[in-house]
Design a protein around this ligand. Structure first.
Ligand code: ZN
Length: 148
């Protein structure tokens, strides 16, 4: 299979990195967490509003490379309105696909574009940072989480 770096930066990733969705601090957030990927310098804060077992709202802020920003942006789009069970299932599925442990991408929807990341081990931490931070936010962990 032929893969080069330009395949990784598909249009959808570039679009989300230039115009991140749900990029704001969330008023009345019930949960939040900070994540840091020292390897690349990516920093992401995730805000959640949990209501009756649903992620009724989700947003993020931070600074980082195109992959980490697009991953956070698309994650917030995918998780808004989901219940916690579905959210955790998607976290596992995404992690499995970007690390190459799971080839089955059919339930990932648009997030399938990140499957190419598995070819670039350094970029895996960029792609998964928002998702690790999300898990910390769901647990309402206060200390900054790091991918290292
Ligand atoms: Zn990065």
């Amino acid at each position: 299979m032929h893969t080069d770096l330009s395949d990784l930066y598909q249009e959808v990733i570039l679009d989300h990195s230039k115009q991140p969705r749900n990029y704001r601090e969330l008023d009345g957030a019930s949960n939040m967490a900070k994540g840091h990927n020292p390897l690349c310098g990516d920093k992401i804060d995730i805000y959640l509003k949990l209501e009756e077992g649903l992620i009724s709202d989700i947003s993020f802020q931070g600074s980082g490379c195109a992959i980490s920003t697009a991953s956070a942006s698309m994650m917030t789009e995918s998780l808004k309105g989901k219940n916690l069970e579905d959210a955790e299932r998607l976290v596992k599925l995404f992690h499995g696909v970007v690390t190459g442990q799971n080839e089955d991408t059919k339930d990932l929807g648009k997030l399938t574009v990140f499957a190419g990341v598995q070819q670039f081990p350094v970029r895996v931490k960029c792609a998964t940072l928002a998702w690790h931070t999300l898990k910390a936010a769901l647990d309402n962990r206060e200390e900054e989480i790091s991918t290292e």
